[in-house]
Design a protein around this ligand. Structure first.
Ligand SMILES: Nc1ncnc2c1ncn2[C@@H]1O[C@H](COP(=O)(O)OP(=O)(O)O)[C@@H](O)[C@H]1O
Ligand code: SF4
Ligand SMILES: [Mg+2]
Length: 363
């Protein structure tokens, strides 16, 4: 079955006075019908700009989608007219943002705001829209719905507002919901409730979810597959199980070490990744993680590494063929250095010696 969404070689850049900020640089991925794709990365890695590019909501200027294709059910969204893309937004693809207060209109009742997409996109009458709004609020677990429809956003708590946002996103039964840090502003208990709700509704409605977060812990129980983003690139991509059991990229390993794990002893200290996210003006062709990577080599500064994609049964990593000076490296399970080589510089079959361009270690 063809994917629901296919993003190919997307580049979204910002043309600023200081230079070109390559916020999203050659990003490709797919989302299947009904699946949850987790997109994870530190702040500034290009997650939101990727999401906004899909819906063509990039502020222009200074932003511009400079190249790429975004197929949604076979149609390239980048080629649609403004009118056509407006029909897709909210109806076919809905978005939930981190802070509901920025998306809810403070001077309109929740009822008005919920009814709006129903009358505009689905052509319901006002009475039908009111009834449907009540059902939607019930669906996201809001009590006293008739009263609540007459309330204004500031009458709701943060968690309740996020529930309303989910109700609005579901209003037109979209095929894809893009949830951009939907729980970041909420406290931990409410976070868990909202994620549980999102997952339950996904299963009930069959909608696909692109779940964006800076916290790997958030996607762990939710996503089928995870993309790890950094410096405008997808750095690693794997099934959730594979990513947690077998991270290949030094950056992913760093992210994993920086989250609390219930399955590890309390003596293991959390380790934040040293350094700070890259200045996107200075990356050039280098791997953006070079200044922070313990395993960086010469080759990492010259070209962006080939990244791991979802592995096959026999293949753990990626191979850069035909490079002069290749060396044979024995692969032993569970050792960071070899794991890194697998991810960035070589394809290795389980238990085989690998051929890699080891180059010179620069960090
Ligand atoms: N309006 C803008 N002008 C210039 N650069 C921008 C603008 N919006 C975003 N960027 C750049 O894009 C990068 C990625 O942003 P974003 O996708 O919002 O990151 P995040 O992963 O935190 O969602 C930022 O680090 C920033 O450098
Ligand atoms: S080893 Fe090189 S390519 Fe791999 S993450 Fe480190 S700097 Fe990037
Ligand atoms: Mg963001």
């Amino acid at each position: 079955m063809p994917p629901l969404l296919e993003v190919r070689n997307l580049k979204t850049h910002f043309f600023t006075r200081d230079g070109v900020v390559k916020a999203v640089d050659d990003v490709s991925f797919t989302i299947d019908k009904g699946e949850t794709l987790g997109v994870v990365g530190e702040s500034g890695s290009g997650k939101s700009i990727t999401a906004l590019s899909i819906l063509r909501l990039i502020p222009t200027p200074p932003g511009k989608i400079v190249s790429g294709e975004i197929f949604f059910e076979g149609r390239d969204l980048l080629k649609l007219s403004d009118k056509e893309i407006r029909k897709i937004r909210g109806k076919e693809i809905a978005m939930i943002f981190q802070d509901p207060m920025t998306s809810l209109n403070p001077v309109l009742t929740i009822g008005r705001q919920l009814a709006e997409p129903l009358t505009t996109h689905l052509g319901l009458t006002n009475e039908q829209a009111r009834k449907e709004s009540e059902d939607l609020l019930k669906m996201v677990g809001i009590p006293n719905v008739a009263d609540r429809l007459k309330s204004y956003p500031h009458h709701f708590s943060g968690g309740m507002r996020q529930r309303v946002m989910i109700a609005m996103a579901l209003a037109c039964r979209p095929k894809l919901i893009i949830a951009d840090e939907p729980t970041t502003a909420l406290d931990v208990t409410i976070q868990a409730q909202i994620l549980e709700l999102l997952n339950k509704l996904r299963l009930e409605t069959g909608t696909a979810v692109m779940l964006i977060t800076h916290a790997l812990g958030v996607v762990a129980g939710m996503a089928n597959r995870i993309h790890v983003m950094y410096g405008g690139h997808v750095m690693e991509s794997a099934t959730t199980e594979e990513l947690f059991a077998n991270p290949r990229l030094p950056y992913t390993m760093g992210l994993l070490k920086s989250i609390p794990r219930l399955d590890e002893s309390r003596h293991d200290k959390l380790q934040p990744i040293k350094g700070s996210p890259p200045d996107l003006l200075e990356i050039g062709n280098s791997c953006p993680f070079v200044p922070r990577c313990d395993y960086a080599m010469d080759v990492c500064t010259k070209s962006f590494p080939t990244i791991r994609v979802v592995p096959t049964e026999n293949t753990l990593g990626i191979y850069i063929p035909g490079k002069p000076g290749n060396q044979m490296v024995e692969v032993s399970e569970g050792e960071d250095y070899e794991q890194h080589l697998l991810a960035c510089h070589a394809e290795v079959k389980m238990g085989d010696p690998a051929t890699v361009d080891a180059g010179e270690i620069v960090a």
